[in-house]
Write a protein that binds this ligand. Structure first.
Ligand SMILES: NC(=O)c1ccc[n+]([C@@H]2O[C@H](COP(=O)([O-])OP(=O)(O)OC[C@H]3O[C@@H](n4cnc5c(N)ncnc54)[C@H](OP(=O)(O)O)[C@@H]3O)[C@@H](O)[C@H]2O)c1
Length: 235
C-alpha cells in the first residue's frame, strides 16, 4: 500500500470524486476540497472504506486566501490533482464579460494558485507530482466553448511551464485532456449528446491519473489525450 498524501480539487462530484475513490483504492491518504461540504462528506465515506485517512477542507477556488489556507492546513503533500473547473457556454458575440471572467477566475486563476502553492509545498519536501485536468477543448476549438476553451488552453500552457520548472526539483507535472466525460458538466456543454454510456466515464480519467502515478522515476508523460476509441473519436 502507498501511504502518500494527495490533495484533489473539485472532489465533491464527477471526475474529482472518481479520482478520489481510485486514489483511496491505491492507498493514498486524501485531502478533498470543493465548496459543497455534504457532497464531500459522501465522497469521503466511500474513500475511508478503503482504510485510508481522508480530510475534508472546503474552499472556494476564487479566493486566494482560501487556497493559501487550504495548502497550509493540508501539510506536506506528494500529489495535487488540479481538477476543479466549470463552464458557461454560448456564442462569442453573445457572451458577457462577466461570464468570461467567472470562468477564467476558477479554471485559470484558481488552477494557477493551486499549482503555485503545490510547487512551494513540494519544493520544501522531497518533490511530488501535479496533474492538471485540462480538456480536448484545451487543444481544439468547439462552437460555444470560447471562454471555457481559452481557460483549458491556458491550463495546458501553465502545465508546459510547470513541467520545466518542476523538473530539477523532483516534481513531475502532467496534464490530462479528456474528451467529453459523462458528468453533469457535459450536459450543459453538449446538450445534443444524449448517450452517456457511450462517453468516456469519470473512472476512465481516474485510471489515467493512477497510470501517471505509477510511472517509474526515470520517465514522465507530459500530456495524456484521453479519447473515445469508437467514432466520433473526439467525443
Ligand atoms: N465533463 C467533461 O466532459 C470534461 C471533459 C474534459 C475536462 N473536464 C474537466 O474536468 C474537471 C471536472 O469536471 P466534471 O465534469 O467532473 O465537472 P463537475 O461534475 O461539474 O465537477 C466540478 C467540480 O469543480 C468544483 N468547483 C467548481 N467551481 C469551484 C470553485 N469556485 N471552488 C471550488 N471548487 C469548485 C465543484 O465543486 P463544488 O461545486 O462543490 O465547489 C466540483 O467538484 C473540470 O476541470 C472540467 O473542466 C471535464
Amino acid at each position: 500500500m502507498d501511504t502518500k498524501k494527495a490533495l484533489i480539487t473539485g472532489a465533491s462530484r464527477g471526475i474529482g470524486s472518481a479520482i478520489a475513490l481510485k486514489l483511496a483504492e491505491k492507498g493514498y491518504n486524501l485531502v478533498l476540497t470543493a465548496r459543497d461540504l455534504p457532497m464531500l462528506e459522501t465522497v469521503s465515506e466511500n474513500c475511508v472504506s478503503h482504510g485510508v485517512s481522508v480530510e475534508i477542507l472546503a474552499a472556494d477556488l476564487t479566493s486566494e486566501s482560501e487556497i493559501i489556507s487550504l495548502f497550509e492546513k493540508s501539510g506536506p503533500i506528494e500529489l495535487l490533482v488540479n481538477n476543479a473547473g466549470f463552464g458557461i457556454f454560448g456564442p462569442i458575440d453573445e457572451f458577457s464579460l462577466e461570464d468570461w471572467q467567472a470562468i477564467q477566475k476558477v479554471n485559470v486563476e484558481g488552477a494557477f494558485l493551486c499549482l503555485r502553492e503545490a510547487l512551494k509545498n513540494m519544493k520544501a519536501h522531497s518533490g511530488g507530482r501535479i496533474i492538471n485536468i485540462s480538456s480536448v477543448v484545451g487543444v481544439k476549438g468547439y462552437p460555444n466553448q470560447a471562454a471555457y476553451g481559452a481557460s483549458k488552453h491556458a491550463l495546458l500552457g501553465l502545465t508546459k511551464t510547470a513541467i520545466e520548472e518542476g523538473r530539477d526539483h523532483n516534481i513531475r507535472v502532467h496534464a490530462i485532456c479528456p474528451g467529453g466525460v459523462a458528468t453533469e458538466m457535459v450536459k450543459s456543454a453538449r446538450p445534443d449528446l444524449t448517450d452517456f454510456s457511450a462517453m468516456i466515464q469519470p473512472e476512465d480519467v481516474a485510471d489515467a491519473v493512477a497510470y501517471l502515478c505509477s510511472l517509474p522515476p526515470n520517465i514522465t508523460v507530459d500530456v495524456i489525450h484521453l479519447r473515445r476509441a469508437a467514432s466520433p473519436q473526439s467525443w
